[in-house]
Write a protein that binds this ligand. Structure first.
Ligand code: ZN
Length: 188
């Protein structure tokens, strides 16, 4: 990542809004923002499929769900944060592959740490799961608040919900209902 370029860009924005980029409080702001962007956009340099390490399913052909994965991302239209929770579920294929539970959170974080759209984030996570595990099905549900809606625009807080559904979760309504009940905390 070109930190110097970000540094110069932030300085221009400060000047553009009519600020004195040389005043004490702002002097280190361009450098601070550059190193923050390096962190916030670190997912640009990571292939999400590569973080989903695999192991044999050992005949565990049942649903796995990691829910309430908190994340922070940046809307690519306004460079303002959107943040909330992701839920990732999959069912391994027979004799197929599984991954560690923490990897389900890692793949969400990697995909979130890019200039992003919630819709694309949701489908990218699902497609990475399909590519890495070739499972029977994957369901990814993301709910988030977008500061570009609540700070500007409609100036109202709301939760945007997106889903990406692959395989058996798409074709089998009962399986889909089961995972949605688990996500909503109504299962058993
Ligand atoms: Zn936006």
């Amino acid at each position: 990542m070109d930190l110097e370029k970000i540094n110069q860009g932030v300085k221009l924005i400060l000047e553009g809004v009519g600020e004195d980029a040389q005043r004490e409080g702002l002097l280190d702001t361009p450098a601070r923002v550059a190193s923050m962007y390096e962190d916030v956009f670190s997912g640009l340099e990571v292939d999400p499929v590569s973080v989903i390490t695999t192991m044999p399913a050992d005949r565990h052909q049942e649903m796995v769900l990691l829910k309430d994965i908190s994340f922070f991302s940046m809307c690519e239209h306004h460079l303002l944060p959107f943040f909330g929770k992701a839920h990732v579920a999959y069912i391994p294929s027979e004799g197929g592959l599984i991954t560690g539970l923490s990897k389900l959170a890692t793949v969400v974080q990697v995909v979130a740490r890019r200039p992003q759209l919630q819709e694309r984030m949701t489908s990218t996570v699902a497609d990475a799961m399909v590519a890495a595990l070739d499972p029977l099905g994957v369901l990814v549900l993301v709910q988030a608040e977008h500061l570009c809606m609540s700070m500007r625009g409609i100036r109202s807080t709301a939760q945007t919900v997106t889903s990406a559904v692959r395989g058996i979760f798409r074709t089998n309504a009962a399986t889909r209902a089961e995972v949605l009940a688990m996500i909503n905390g109504r299962a058993w």
